[in-house]
Design a protein around this ligand. Structure first.
Ligand SMILES: Nc1nc2c(c(=O)[nH]1)N[C@H]1C(S)=C(S)[C@@H](COP(=O)(O)O)O[C@H]1N2
Ligand SMILES: [Mo]
Length: 202
């Protein structure tokens, strides 16, 4: 069995079609700033911190004992490739939120990765029912280069928001730019609006 619940694959609520300025590829290229990491699954930890009632730390065994969901969604990279059909499986962000109970003042999230990478998102986008902390892509565990053992996947935003080698999730009251968002990438990253770069660079 490729997925835990193959009969229940959710379709991300995303308009069909290829967003402006994108071309379609069948491959999933590896896109990493700097070097790819190799995280030992037995040492992997996820910390959920910040404005929550209950901060938690999970190891991979605890993570994999939670109820997982499979989500099918396109993947659009700001460097203009799109891979239209992907199925990711892991912990839905909404299910993570149930575990930690975000405080009412939590409005934004920073995803922190092993290494220096991070990315910021409005909590609302992560709560869309299709964003997840994925361990599998198309039925196979994520390879090291694709961010295993666990990466964030945010189907409604350009790929740089889908943080590989996820290490921590921080709930925040105020927005704060992540790794690419301080280096010229758009804060929001909606591919239908071509929010690729800082407005002043466009
Ligand atoms: N930690 C980390 N996550 C990252 C990146 C990165 O450089 N480091 N690159 C991002 C970018 S720009 C894209 S398009 C996707 C690519 O995912 P893939 O390499 O699995 O195709 O990962 C995103 N997540
Ligand atoms: Mo990207």
């Amino acid at each position: 069995m490729l997925f835990k619940n193959p009969s229940k694959i959710k379709k991300a609520p995303i308009k069909e079609g290829v967003p402006p300025g994108q071309f379609v590829t069948k491959k999933l290229p590896v896109l990493t700033y700097g070097r790819n990491l190799k995280i030992d699954i037995n040492k992997w930890k996820l910390n959920v911190i910040g404005l929550v009632e209950q901060e938690i730390e999970l190891d991979f065994e605890q993570f994999s004992n939670l109820e997982w969901t499979a989500v099918s969604a396109p993947f659009h990279c700001v460097t203009q490739w799109s891979r239209l059909e992907n199925t990711w499986e892991g912990l839905l962000f909404t299910d993570l939120a149930k575990l930690v109970s975000p405080k009412p003042e939590a409005k934004f999230v920073m995803a922190h990765c092993y290494g220096d990478y991070s990315t910021n998102l409005p909590l609302e986008i992560l709560m869309d029912g299709s964003s997840l902390l994925a361990h599998k892509h198309d039925g196979a565990p994520l390879s090291d280069d694709h961010g295993g053992p666990v990466r964030l996947v945010v189907p409604q935003r350009y790929g740089w928001k889908s943080a590989k080698w996820l290490r921590a999730i921080e709930f925040m009251a105020e927005d704060k730019p992540g790794f690419w968002e301080v280096r010229g990438y758009h804060n929001n990253g909606d591919f239908w609006k071509e929010e690729r770069f800082w407005p002043e660079l466009m």
